[in-house]
Design a protein around this ligand. Structure first.
Ligand code: ADP
Ligand code: ZN
Length: 519
């Protein structure tokens, strides 16, 4: 058996393993199963490539993406590794050649698409061949919670049944707890060692501020911290992308719009300029970014909140690939929550799927509202623990002021209840503050016991209370009724005074001028 480190040196030309590649490789070389959760670019491929070379027989790699399969195989062949693939792009002659090489023990690695592997013909072939291991790449495709679900992945549990003696390694960059549990269950990986690592991007400074005037906030951020840098500004809609790009141009920035509605030649041109030129700001929808490998992106700004923590992590992860300091900056507000809930509600898909999406959205909101270290919370979401607060996120740099919000929350919940759960934030705040507006009298809301009991807080402070109650799931937004707030089961103990709640004190003055780089 060849030694892993010497294979790394001689075949791949690298000096040392990144932790925990070495432990993963040891586990698999010694015949154990492994579940590997590492972000894109973390170095997952070596975790099965080296054991495939070290063990006798061929490593079988199940991969859903034909294009990636072909790239990997050509790259490996250049390194002198005997690699091949089996997928629908091969003609029968080529297939026969690959099968013969496999049976004669002349392959180190064979990539195969899941639908092909599941065919009885392929399984019978594998039973006659010398096999080193099974690697299940993009293992989250087995999860029905996810977006990339592939029915063919469900059948991969039969690998364990038909080849019980052969080690399996499942790999993915999606590591939230639910997906992880589902991978383990469906692929029968209960005995596998789990490795979760590498999600931290220490050079990225995470900042999430409350939105009041998003454009001015963005402008302040750019002028002060990134006047000449390349970066990405993400927006939810195509129209907002165009408006924002145009407006930034007027402000003297080199901004370009990017979304799926633009002509593909324009998109290609803008993308090339972003990569080539120094200080382009790409204002984009999520259509931009897949496969963009520009090392010196100095900031990623979000004008709208992403739908999930995974998306936030992926998008912010495009900053600072070169390891130099970079900013992940975002503004968000109650409107984001309402808009995203609305999109979710009107989306296609089963109830279960919607519930899963809801759950993901709540996790994202939790990250926005958190008062402790953002990086710890972000990494915890992926199961990758960070022991100490990071010292490089807004909540670490400027600890958030909190206050006992029990009484305010009770007033807020009670006004929702008293008005029949039919009104949106603006009106509710009006009732609490004892406004003399027409709508108040129209509904006789000046007669309510909660009318005018909230004069101690101003408009923004009340909005902040409602936002936090929505974000934490005490209230929900009823979209059939134009954003009316409704009580959720969870608010009972709070209303009854059996629970207390700490709320963030939103500070306005700091959001336009964030912490500076040197702080
Ligand atoms: P993933 O599959 O996790 O997205 P890859 O396996 O493609 O990541 O690896 C990302 C990059 O890191 C590749 O260019 C790979 O060659 C490089 N890499 C992986 N491990 C090491 C290592 N131990 N030393 C140096 N470079 C490495
Ligand atoms: Zn921190």
């Amino acid at each position: 058996m060849k030694d892993a480190l010497s294979l790394l040196n001689t075949v791949f030309g690298y000096d040392q393993f990144r932790s925990p590649q070495d432990q993963i490789i040891d586990t698999v070389i010694n015949g154990g199963d492994a579940l590997v959760l590492m972000p894109t670019g973390g170095g997952k491929s070596l975790c099965y490539q080296i054991p495939s070379l070290a063990r006798s027989g061929c490593g079988i790699v199940i991969s859903p993406l034909i294009a990636l399969m072909q790239d990997q195989v050509s790259a490996l062949r250049e390194l002198g590794v005997r690699a091949a693939y089996l997928n629908s792009t091969l003609d029968p002659g080529q297939v026969m050649q690959v099968e013969e090489d496999l049976l004669r023990g002349e392959l180190d690695l064979l990539y195969i698409a899941p639908e092909r592997l599941n065919q009885e013909r392929s399984l019978a072939l594998l039973e006659r061949a010398p096999i080193a291991l099974f690697a299940i790449d993009e293992a989250h495709c087995v999860s029905q919670w996810g977006h990339d679900f592939r029915a063919d992945y469900l059948q991969l549990s039969l690998l364990h049944q038909r080849f019980p003696a052969i080690p399996r390694i499942a790999l993915t960059a999606t590591a939230d707890e639910r997906t992880r549990a589902e991978i383990i269950q469906r692929l029968d990986l209960g005995e596998a060692r789990q490795f979760i690592a590498g999600f931290d991007r220490p050079n990225i400074r995470y900042r999430i501020a409350l939105k009041h005037n998003a454009r001015q906030q963005l402008l302040g951020f750019l002028r002060e911290e990134h006047p000449q840098d390349a970066g990405i500004v993400y927006c939810l809609s195509r129209k907002k992308v165009e408006d924002t790009a145009f407006w930034l141009q007027e402000q003297g920035f080199n901004a370009l719009p990017y979304h799926a509605g633009l002509d593909s030649s324009i998109r290609a041109d803008y993308q090339a300029r972003f990569l080539r030129e120094e200080n382009i700001i790409m204002v984009a929808t999520i259509a931009f970014g897949m496969g963009i490998d520009k090392p010196d992106v100095r900031f990623v700004a979000h004008l709208d909140m992403p739908k999930t923590v995974e998306a936030y992590y992926q998008e912010t992860g495009r900053a600072g690939r070169d390891g130099d300091p970079a900013n992940a900056w975002m503004v968000y507000g109650l409107q984001d929550v309402i808009k995203l809930r609305q999109m979710l509600d009107s989306s296609e898909g089963s109830e279960t799927h919607k519930r899963a999406e809801q759950h993901r959205l709540n996790a994202m909101l939790g990250l926005c509202e958190i008062t402790s270290c953002r990086r710890q919370s972000l990494l915890a979401y992926f199961g990758d623990d960070l022991e100490q607060p990071c010292g490089n996120c807004d909540t670490c740099l400027e600890p958030v002021d909190t206050f006992d919000g029990t009484e305010a929350a009770q007033k807020a919940l009670s006004v929702v209840y008293r008005t029949g759960q039919r009104f949106g934030v603006n009106h509710l705040v009006d009732v609490l503050r004892g406004s003399e507006g027409e709508k108040i009298y129209q509904f006789d809301h000046h007669q309510l016991p909660t009318y005018g009991v909230g004069k101690d807080l101003d408009n923004n402070q009340w909005r902040s209370v409602f936002r936090q109650l929505v974000a934490r799931g005490y209230l929900s937004v009823d979209l059939e009724r134009f954003g009316a707030l409704r009580l959720e089961e969870q608010c009972r103990p709070l209303l009854k005074g059996e629970e207390r709640i700490d709320l963030r004190r939103d500070v306005k003055k700091k959001t336009a001028r964030q912490t500076t780089r040197t702080s």
